[in-house]
Design a protein. Structure first.
Lengths: 150, 264
């Protein structure tokens, strides 16, 4: 499944680019993210609690940044293990462009899940992925635009 | 077996207290969703607060123009109730077609509505009839209650105690059930109420929603052919191995027409 979307940010491209590379900001924006630890400039580990209706699973995983093209975009990808729940992996290609003093962020994301959570939650995966992507970019925009996170 | 505590409480206040003190505690009503989830290890609550022992939560009351159903009333009890069949036959019909007999004898209206599964039947009835959700803290209108996939206006520790349905002039529910689970691939509840015509769709999108174009058309003319040309948009509809968004969008029109026909 592919997801695409666009958000407009009231900040210049350089600021948005820095935010996209800041583990602290990513942690605030990733839904259910409990921790992000930077291993290198392009690698990090994360712990994310995914809650869908009655299900709740903690995923531990590793993320990498590739196709770096500062300050225009990158590909962020990650994969994680959720214990008995299953596993998930996904990536998003992020592109930044200027528009009237603001920055437009476009993304194309793909996600895959496997294991029990995929068997049982098959009917929910697309909707969940879309919701999580929306939440991420709304939150990211809030943090970058300097609105109180909450 | 996971280690969790189990508490069978005797009052709603007691249940709310236990749930508020512990973020990982879960209330269990009929357990038709929660227990399979636990068996599959897809959730690990610290405590289960069983509402089965709370008196006064189950039962049906008909008072003039309102049918009030206690949160712990099973689907089977609603389906078999002579009072519900008389006042809102569409609601009894809905309850009679949820899952299978085992689910109907355990599952409850409060549990179904609080869980807000995208394909559950009750949310369509609650939204189309403009019901009021009564909790231990307040009363919530159906239009303000369903927030998204598995999301409701309920706060942590807030429990549904009853749902109160105004008796409509006409109403019917039609669904295209998944042949295995009997969950609605698409279900449409239409109602002609004192507050106007309301059409609620479940199973098609991540959450139950009102089909306003059909409501407008049915307000002008209450007949199946009034909604003939209205196309449900595919944007945002669910697509999975059972049905594509296109197929579901088509089913919304078909089920809506059948429901209007059945409502008479």
């Amino acid at each position: 499944m592919d997801l695409t979307g666009e958000v407009r940010l009231a900040a210049d491209r350089e600021t948005v680019w820095r935010a996209l590379n800041d583990p602290e900001i990513l942690k605030q924006a990733i839904p259910g993210c409990e921790s992000v630890e930077k291993l290198s400039d392009t690698e990090f580990t994360a712990k994310v609690v995914l809650k869908i209706g009655p299900m709740k699973a903690t995923f531990s995983g590793k993320g990498t940044l590739g196709d770096l093209n500062p300050p225009n975009g990158y590909t962020i990808s990650g994969e994680g293990q959720g214990g008995v729940a299953g596993f998930g992996k996904g990536s998003a290609k992020v592109e930044l462009s200027d528009d009237a003093g603001q920055t437009v962020l476009r993304y194309t994301a793909a996600a895959q899940v496997g294991g029990k959570i995929a068997q049982l939650g098959a009917r929910l995966i697309d909707a969940t992925a879309k919701k999580l992507a929306d939440q991420f970019f709304v939150k990211f925009a809030e943090v970058v635009n300097g609105k109180p996170a909450g | 077996m996971y280690d969790f505590t189990y508490a069978r409480v005797s009052s709603v206040a007691d249940a709310a207290k236990q749930l508020k003190g512990d973020d990982d505690a879960k209330a269990v009503a009929g357990g038709m969703t929660l227990i399979p989830t636990l068996k599959l290890r897809l959730a690990k609550p610290s405590a289960l607060v069983d509402l089965g022992g709370v008196k006064d939560l189950a039962g049906i009351k008909v008072d003039g123009k309102t049918v009030t159903i206690g949160a712990m009333t099973t689907h089977g009890a609603v389906a078999a109730s002579a009072e519900v069949k008389k006042a809102i036959p569409a609601l009894a019909h809905l309850a009679a077609h949820i899952g299978d007999p085992a689910v109907r004898n355990r599952g409850t209206i409060g549990g179904s509505v609080a869980n807000n599964d995208p394909a559950a039947d009750y949310p369509a009835g609650v939204l189309a009839l403009g019901a009021t959700i009564v909790t231990n803290e307040r009363q919530i209108a159906a239009d303000d209650f369903f927030k998204g996939m598995f999301e409701t206006a309920l706060k942590p520790g807030e429990l549904i105690t009853a749902i109160s349905f105004p008796v409509p002039e006409k109403a019917a529910y039609m669904k295209f059930p998944n042949p295995a689970s009997r969950y609605a691939m698409v279900g449409v509840f239409v109602a002609k109420t004192a507050g106007g015509v309301r059409v609620a769709v479940t199973g098609a999108a991540p959450s139950v929603f009102r089909q306003k174009d059909m409501e407008a058309a049915l307000t002008k003319k209450w007949a199946p052919d009034a909604i003939e040309g209205i196309k449900q948009k595919q944007d945002g509809l669910n697509s999975d191995i059972h049905a594509s968004a296109e197929y579901r969008a088509h089913l919304v029109g078909v089920m809506a027409k059948r429901a209007v026909q059945a409502a008479g």
